[in-house]
Design a protein around this ligand. Structure first.
Ligand code: IPD
Ligand code: CA
Ligand code: CA
Ligand code: CA
Length: 256
C-alpha cells in the first residue's frame, strides 16, 4: 500500500535525523552562503528513495538533493529529505521530513514528520488529515487582527513586487503576531492543526509544500497563490490559511 510505504520512508528518515542531530556532520553551501545542505540530508534522501524503490521501482521521484529520477509512471513521489536544513545544521530541533505522493498530477497523499517533537502529520485526499493518528482541523479564528501568522524567506534575495520585507513590514505595522520557524512543511502543518491561522511565502519549491498543502486542505484550510488562484506546488507563491482570514491575508500580502 502507498501509505504503508510512505510511513516506512518517513520513519526511516526520522531515525537518521535523530541519530545525527547532536553529533557533527558535514555542512556545505549550495546556491548561496546561507543555502545549506548537510550529509544528513543526503543520508535521509538515500534511505527514503531506497524504501520507495523497493516497493515501487517504476515510480517517478522528485527529491530536493538528487533532483528527478524520471519514469513513465503516473505516480510521483515529491521528497524533502530535511525541511529546515539550516535549523538542523545549527542543532535547532525544528525540522522534518516531508513526502508527498502525486497521481496523474494530483496530490493524493502526504506526510510530514518532525522526529524531535514526535509529530507525524498525514493526509489522504478526501479522507482528512491527522496528527499522530488523531484528526486535525484548522483554527476557527475569524478576526484577522487576532490571528497568529508564520512566514519564511527564500535563501536568495530577489527584488519583486510585494517584496518579502515590504509584506513583513505591513504585518508588523498592523501589530499582527508573526513567526519564522525555518521549515515551510512545519509551517503548513501548524496551520493545519490550528497553531497558526495563516502562512505565506514568496518562493517555495515543490518539495517544500507537496505534503503540507494537502495536509492544510484536508484539515479544512484554504491554499492558493497570492492572487487567490488554485494552488500548485510547482509555482513559487503560497498563501495557506484557515479559510476565514484568507481574503484579509491576501489583501495584506498584496498591499491592498
Ligand atoms: C527551506 C525551508 C524554509 C523556507 C525556504 C525553504 P530547506 O527548505 O522550508 O522554511 O523559508 O524557502 O527553502 O532548504 O530547509 O529544505
Ligand atoms: Ca525545504
Ligand atoms: Ca530540504
Ligand atoms: Ca534546501
Amino acid at each position: 500500500m502507498l501509505k504503508t510505504t510512505l510511513l516506512k520512508a518517513t520513519e526511516a528518515s526520522g531515525k537518521i535525523l535523530q541519530q545525527y542531530f547532536n553529533g557533527s556532520f558535514e555542512v556545505t553551501s549550495k546556491s548561496t552562503l546561507n543555502d545549506l545542505v548537510t550529509e544528513v540530508d543526503k543520508k535521509s534522501e538515500t534511505a527514503i528513495i531506497e524504501v520507495i524503490k523497493a516497493e515501487y521501482p517504476d515510480h517517478f521521484i522528485l527529491s530536493e538533493e538528487v533532483g528527478e529520477i524520471k519514469t513513465a509512471s503516473s505516480y510521483k513521489w515529491i521528497i524533502d529529505p530535511i525541511d529546515g536544513t539550516v535549523n538542523f545544521a545549527h542543532h535547532i530541533p525544528l525540522c522534518c521530513v516531508s513526502i508527498g505522493v502525486e497521481k496523474d498530477g494530483e496530490m493524493i497523499l502526504g506526510a510530514v514528520y518532525n522526529p524531535f517533537m514526535n509529530e507525524l502529520f498525514v493526509a489522504e485526499k478526501g479522507k482528512g488529515a491527522t496528527l499522530n493518528d488523531n484528526p486535525i482541523k484548522v483554527s476557527a479564528k475569524t478576526d484577522f487582527k487576532q490571528s497568529c501568522l508564520v512566514t519564511g524567506f527564500a535563501y536568495k534575495w530577489t527584488e519583486m513586487k510585494n517584496s518579502p520585507l515590504a509584506v513583513f513590514e505591513r504585518v508588523i505595522k498592523d501589530q499582527i503576531p508573526i513567526r519564522r520557524l525555518g521549515s515551510a512543511a512545519i509551517d503548513l502543518c501548524w496551520v493545519a492543526c490550528g497553531r497558526f491561522d495563516g502562512f505565506y511565502e514568496h518562493h517555495l519549491h515543490a518539495w517544500d509544500s507537496a505534503a503540507g498543502f494537502l495536509i492544510v486542505e484536508e484539515a479544512g484550510g484554504k491554499v492558493t497563490d497570492f492572487a487567490g488562484n488554485k494552488y500548485s506546488p510547482y509555482q513559487k507563491e503560497i498563501l495557506a490559511t484557515n479559510g476565514h482570514i484568507h481574503d484579509a491575508l491576501q489583501d495584506l500580502v498584496n498591499g491592498k
